[in-house]
Design a protein around this ligand. Structure first.
Ligand SMILES: NC(=O)c1ccc[n+]([C@@H]2O[C@H](COP(=O)([O-])OP(=O)(O)OC[C@H]3O[C@@H](n4cnc5c(N)ncnc54)[C@H](OP(=O)(O)O)[C@@H]3O)[C@@H](O)[C@H]2O)c1
Length: 167
């Protein structure tokens, strides 16, 4: 599984169930990486999407504790174990944890990698991705993209690896 997130300098990811920024290049990157793949998200992140609907062109798994939840176009999972059974047999590189804060926190120990778009700014936020820089299990393997927008936001995509899975 791969955690994919855009974070500010303090690992902030959202405010009032919205993204604090709008960065078209980052949205494109997210779509390219996840299109045709399996994505796992929390019920609140689903609600934050356009129309509150699953993302098209991807297999959507929504985490909720509501056993009666029925979400057209998506599967639901009530625990990490249920997620693991739904993704059993898939290539771990084809499964993305897409947020939000509660679900990143819950599933990060199961992620072999993380694709983190680090935005060069500090925003007003109320939710965070776990800080992988201060977690000894994680290290930066490479920087995949560095984007400097004149007069706009700069960001860099970092690939992190979980040492636990490296053997
Ligand atoms: N910057 C980024 O890359 C990025 C990406 C995604 C989201 N976000 C932001 O993140 C924020 C939302 O994050 P959030 O933490 O509030 O919500 P969230 O993680 O998206 O969803 C939380 C929900 O997940 C379900 N859940 C939590 N733990 C569970 C467990 N152990 N088992 C089963 N279900 C469980 C619960 O649903 P029920 O209440 O239905 O039980 C809970 O209310 C928003 O601001 C959003 O914009 C940012």
């Amino acid at each position: 599984m791969i955690s994919i997130a855009a974070v500010d300098k303090n690992w902030g990811i959202g405010k009032n169930n919205k993204l604090p920024w709008k960065i078209p290049g980052e949205q494109r990157f997210f779509r390219e990486k996840t299109y045709g793949k399996t994505i796992i998200m929390g019920r609140r992140t689903l609600e934050s999407l356009p129309g509150g609907k699953p993302l098209e062109g991807r297999r959507n798994i929504i985490m909720t504790r509501n056993e009666n939840a029925f979400i057209p176009g998506a599967e639901t999972a009530g625990s990490p174990e249920e997620v693991l059974s739904l993704i059993h047999g898939l290539d771990p590189d084809d499964v993305f944890v897409i947020g939000g804060a509660q679900i990143y926190r819950l599933l990060i120990p199961y992620c072999e990698k993380a694709l983190i778009t680090r935005i060069n700014g500090v925003y007003d936020v109320d939710s965070h991705h776990p800080d992988l820089d201060s977690d000894p299990n994680w290290r930066v393997a490479s920087v995949l993209q560095e984007v400097t927008c004149p007069g706009g936001v700069s960001y860099a995509v970092h690939l992190y690896e979980n040492r636990f899975f490296l053997g």
